[in-house]
Design a binder for this molecule. Structure first.
Ligand code: NAP
Length: 282
């Protein structure tokens, strides 16, 4: 799996999302096996949050990775905005670590902006880092103006990652957020890279141009959607899969290399933005 460096961390271009994983006992075994299968295929970054299933996603990951050497995978978790201040963040982080059966997170993200001042969250993140509980910190759902504000806060420029919604049917970040992040050395983590579920996904999957281009590489439209994200430098996609077949298909997408003529067809069907768009949020 291709990877790129974020400070001392080496991020694979494809990781694994885990929203809704662990929600149902009946599927838990399969979800655990899927995470391990993803790891074997090189998707060695696992994204979760204290919010997901009120901790059930973190607990399932902890069980799934119990027999795996900690240095063989990267863990990303997120703190609720209302917990991202001095009063709660240290307990929140400890609870995530306990559920994940580990003593450090590779990356800890502010899930979205809330009422806690950014300066307080950043100071807490730095404290967690000094205590060895997190290796790096970042944010999520920050638009360009939020990033600019963060840059003015003491320590704010150490932000490693901004995790944002990004897929072929939602390209708004390409207008000025992604260029801003690339200029300022902040990696992008694309969530909902497969457009999750619903009508937008259906319009992508049923698009005849995407179907034809994907078929000409013996690939699926979903794999093309992942290849679209990996076309950008320093962007990691974190698709969520709960079956071994799905995670294998996703891993294979990292090898999909379209010609520039085919990317032009894809771009014509789902164009890049020509003006600033509000940041899409799930
Ligand atoms: P997604 O990854 O775009 O889509 C997940 C859906 O795609 C699931 O229904 C999954 O089905 C299906 N799928 C996966 N691989 C497939 C394949 N090869 N073929 C067919 N279907 C496939 O949506 P997401 O889970 O919302 O986003 C990904 C991750 O981003 C989340 O899990 C979470 O970790 C993170 N996230 C972060 C935020 C944030 O605010 N920071 C918000 C949303 C999501 P199965 O489950 O049946 O495999």
């Amino acid at each position: 799996m291709k990877a790129f460096a974020v400070g001392e961390l080496n991020f694979p271009v494809l990781g694994q999302g885990t929203w809704h994983i662990g929600d149902r006992d009946a599927t838990a075994r399969q979800e655990e096996e899927t995470l391990r299968q993803g790891l074997r295929l090189g998707l060695n970054l696992i994204d979760t949050a204290e919010m997901y299933g009120s901790g059930r996603s973190e607990s399932l990951i902890g069980r799934a990775m119990a027999g795996v050497a900690r240095q063989d995978y990267l863990l990303v978790s997120k703190v609720y905005p209302h917990n991202a201040g001095r009063q709660n963040i240290f307990d929140s982080c400890d609870s995530s670590l306990r559920r994940l059966q580990t003593d450090y997170l590779d990356l800890y993200l502010l899930h979205w902006r809330g009422s806690v001042p950014l300066a307080e969250t950043v100071a807490c993140m730095e404290e967690l880092q000094r205590a060895g509980k997190i290796r790096r910190w970042g944010v999520s759902n920050f638009d360009t103006d939020d990033m600019e504000e963060l840059w003015q806060v003491p320590g704010g420029q150490s932000c490693a990652v901004n995790q944002v919604l990004y897929h072929l049917g939602s390209r708004g970040i390409e207008y000025n957020l992604l260029p801003w992040m690339q200029t300022h050395g902040v990696a992008a983590m694309a969530y909902c890279p497969l457009a999750q579920a619903g009508t937008l996904r259906r319009s992508l999957l049923s698009n005849s141009t995407l179907q034809q281009v994907a078929a000409s590489y013996d690939a699926t439209v979903m794999q093309l959607m992942l290849a679209f994200i990996l076309r950008q430098p320093d962007v990691i996609a974190i698709p969520k899969a709960s079956t071994p077949d799905h995670v294998a298909a996703n891993a294979a997408a990292a090898k999909l290399a379209l010609s520039s003529e085919d990317w032009e067809k894809v771009d014509a069907a789902f164009p890049a933005p020509s003006k600033k768009m509000p940041l899409d949020i799930q």
